[in-house]
Design a protein around this ligand. Structure first.
Ligand SMILES: [Zn+2]
Length: 344
């Protein structure tokens, strides 16, 4: 019996050391120390032994039992420790690894320019007003002093839906609509950003669809100096505090007098270079005092009220600011182009 116990002990210890995981270790435990295991069997058979042998064998069986149990316990602790270490190792965060960049979008350069201009004019007390892109001939042309046979219409050929309905060629119809809707015929101070359309052949400086921001101020005692002061503030804000503007006489059917506004060239500071075609000036927008006839058509008394209006192309402003050489870049949806404006 003693031999049998020694044999069982050796066998059990061997199997414990060979167990690969907790499941196998538990199988060994059940096989040797369980109720139906050999050691328990031996202890049950002690009754057949002599009174002399019984305590001796009992003690030995218990020693073997203890030895096997403590070995299993030791192995189990070892396994659990290894498991934790493995888990820790696999979950280690290497802070020196380069991060995976999360794909983010950024505003289109045109959107940025438009929002910046909106912010500037909001700060000067203007309201932002929008109007329909599908417009009637009346608001797009006639209400702006461009009757059907007016030659200036040729410069703004558009996409007609019917003879009387078209895609607007300018944001100015929003001015006509705002003046008309103002029942009290009181002061107005608005800017109207939006898309406009012309039947142009697309090239580096022309696009059949582009954006405009139109501004209109109507009040009593408004003069050319208000117009100049406003647009000078705008030019300095958009192009730099050291810039100057000049007003050149021009023609628009809905303003009188009309001017083109130029800003000193950023590249040469006014000395003359390729960018400004040697003049030192770059044209940025058109403006003028609202034509009395336009005021009248919208129900304002031109003897009481005056106003000024201006219209600019955000594309042109973005092109000048960022050195973009082709207007088509704005509309081709090339991510390589748009992403360049992530941090400007
Ligand atoms: Zn220049």
């Amino acid at each position: 019996m003693e031999e049998r116990l020694k044999e069982l002990e050796a066998l059990a210890l061997e199997q414990v050391s060979q167990a690969q995981n907790l499941k196998q270790l538990n199988e060994v435990r059940v096989a040797y120390l369980g109720k139906k295991g050999p050691i328990t069997e031996i202890l049950k058979g002690m009754g057949k032994l002599s009174a002399e042998e019984r305590p001796k064998m009992g003690a030995l069986a218990n020693v073997v039992r203890e030895a096997v149990a403590s070995k299993i316990e030791e192995k189990q602790a070892e396994m659990e420790k290894a498991e934790v270490a493995k888990k820790l190792a696999s979950e280690t965060i290497d802070v020196t690894l380069p991060g995976r960049p999360a794909p983010t979008g950024n505003p289109h350069p045109l959107t940025k320019v438009i929002e910046e201009i909106e912010d500037l004019f909001l700060g000067m007390g203007y309201t932002i007003t929008e109007g329909p892109e599908v417009e009637t001939d009346y608001y797009n042309f006639e209400a702006l002093n461009l009757p059907k046979d007016h030659p200036a219409r040729d410069m703004q050929d558009s996409f007609y839906i019917t003879d009387e309905v078209l895609l607007r060629t300018q944001t100015s119809p929003v001015q006509a609509r705002t003046m008309e809707a103002n029942k009290e015929k009181g002061p107005i101070k608005i800017i109207c950003p939006g898309k406009v359309y012309r039947r142009d052949d697309d090239d580096a400086t022309h696009s059949h669809q582009f954006t405009q921001i139109e501004g209109l101020v109507i009040d009593k005692n408004i003069s050319m100096s208000d117009l100049k002061g406003t647009l000078e503030t705008f030019a300095k804000k958009m192009f730099g505090e050291d810039r100057e503007i000049r007003l050149r006489p021009s023609f628009f059917p809905f303003t009188e007098p009309s001017v083109e506004i130029d800003v000193t060239c950023a590249k040469c500071g006014g000395k003359g270079c390729g960018m400004c075609k040697g003049t030192g000036w770059i044209e940025i927008l058109g403006a003028g005092m609202v034509h009395p006839r336009v005021l009248e058509m919208s129900g304002y008394d031109p003897k009481k009220y005056q106003g000024f209006a201006f219209g600019m192309g955000p594309e042109r402003i973005a092109m000048l600011r960022y050195g973009i050489d082709d207007i088509r870049h704005f509309y081709t949806n090339d991510q390589r182009f748009v992403k360049q404006f992530n941090r400007v």
